[in-house]
Design a protein around this ligand. Structure first.
Ligand SMILES: [Zn+2]
Length: 446
């Protein structure tokens, strides 16, 4: 009974997409193209797509549109590479009660929750996402189903379970504890063998430095980068000492700024060009916007986050956040908000490359609404250059993930992962809250 229910959901979603009859050859004509490289946008742009790939990029004068292709007008629009979100949790859907969610929803993760998260991201213009912390088999299965075109969704780069000192009770499916150096190496090899794309390290301040070193070393031997949670000061110090490849969150609770010794370590690391840039995903939006969301809950009544979820799950999530002022998760948030801009500026001043990520899926953070909000806070609250912000959600993530020759910019030979939105996003970044067109691997979804 339950299985056939799941099957019918999958069928409905599948049919919906099959019904969109589309030509193999498309031309996007007329809009202003921000290609992801950071140079001056191309006016009256022409992008030719054949199959899954971009075959030509130019303007109306130098790139004629051949006969017989499907012409899609982008007049009046900004055109960008599909966005990346470098920190999502597809196993979560905004429900506020983690222990309850972890007890009730595991049977639905693979067939309902994670596919719906990936679909919501895609329809929000997020064509690629780094999915951190999830049950192993489910993470791989959903990623592969999307890659094979069996279900629609953002391309996922998955970590599988968090690697940490010890799982919290009831979270053993998606949090693997490490007991000693050899155990750490063994668990990384197991993840590598299963085919994960990245390793997610958390609570590394509770491990020995030897364990952290072994985990990072074993990951690198298996061509996997390590993403380090960096909330507590010693998480950052350990991560830097061990050579982690990307740091998450701004951290330090309500401490006003990063301590000097950490900034010295960061500057030493960014000065060492041989290691490439130091990357950081600050995930500020959820903290910055919490009080606004608490006091202006209309976003909950917006239905973009229902996509792919059964009514019963929607009702359940809605009830859990009905009293958003009472959520334990956010009680400290108001005191953290004023510190976020300072910390982000410290990182920028030290030469860190920031990437856009959101923690979407955590309480009240819907996959359909998170990514554009992060860009909005960077640009409109922190004064970060919009082109920098867009590249932090396109070019840099693709480079970090090792797929810059396939996606991340709008360039001939790459996959056609392209979004468009009416208006000038370099002037009004929040236009990205409602993208008008989403194309992934040459297929138009919106
Ligand atoms: Zn997270």
């Amino acid at each position: 009974m339950f299985k056939s229910f799941l099957l019918s959901i999958a069928l409905v979603i599948g049919l919906q997409w099959a019904a969109l009859g589309q030509s193999n050859k498309k031309a996007l004509v007329g809009g202003t193209l921000i290609d992801g490289f950071g140079s001056t946008p191309i006016k009256n742009s022409v992008i030719l797509i054949e199959g899954e790939k971009i075959i030509a990029v130019g303007n109306a004068d130098n790139t004629p549109v051949p006969e017989g292709v499907e012409v899609i007008s982008t007049e009046g629009m900004s055109i960008l590479p599909g966005l990346w979100d470098m920190h999502v949790h597809t196993m979560l859907s905004g429900h506020a009660d983690y222990p309850y969610w972890d007890k009730v929803y595991p049977p639905l993760l693979k067939d309902v929750i994670m596919p719906s998260s990936a679909l919501q991201l895609l329809m929000a213009g997020v064509t690629s996402a780094r999915d951190l912390g999830g049950p192993l088999e489910e993470s791989i299965s959903v990623r592969n189903a999307i890659n094979k075109g069996e279900i629609p969704g953002a391309t996922l780069y998955v970590s599988g379970p968090f690697i940490q000192h010890a799982p919290y009770p009831g979270t053993e499916d998606f949090r693997w504890g490490v007991d000693g150096v050899e155990d750490g190496r063994k668990k990384i090899r197991k993840l590598a063998k299963a085919g994960v794309d990245v390793i997610k390290l958390i609570d590394q301040d509770k491990m020995t430095l030897e364990e952290v070193n072994a985990i990072v070393d074993e990951a690198h031997k298996n061509n996997l980068k390590v993403v380090a949670h960096s909330h507590r000061p010693d998480e950052i110090r350990r991560g830097l000492l061990a050579g982690a490849d990307c740091f998450e969150h701004t951290g330090l609770s309500s401490a006003p700024r990063y301590p000097d010794d950490i900034m010295e370590m960061i500057k030493e690391r960014t000065a060492d060009m041989s290691q490439g840039p130091l990357f950081w995903t600050p995930t500020v939006e959820v903290l910055y916007n919490y009080e606004y969301m608490r006091d202006n809950p209309e976003f909950i009544d917006e239905d973009s986050w229902h996509r792919g979820l059964p009514d019963s799950v929607i009702v359940d999530i809605r009830q859990s956040i009905a009293h958003s002022d009472r959520l334990p998760y956010f009680q400290l948030t108001p005191s953290r908000r004023p510190t976020l801009e300072t910390k982000v500026k410290q990182l920028l001043d030290a030469g860190v490359v920031l990437m856009v990520g959101t923690d979407s899926g955590i309480p009240m953070k819907f996959h359909s609404q998170s990514t554009w909000n992060e860009l909005d806070v960077w640009v409109n609250e922190f004064g970060i250059d919009p082109m920098y912000a867009i590249r932090a959600a396109t070019y840099w993530p693709s480079l970090w993930m090792g797929v810059a020759d396939e996606v991340g910019t709008i360039t001939p030979g790459k996959y056609a992962d392209i979004i468009a939105v009416k208006g000038d996003v370099l002037r009004y970044i929040s236009l990205l809250q409602d993208v008008d067109m989403v194309i992934k691997h040459g297929k138009r979804y919106k």
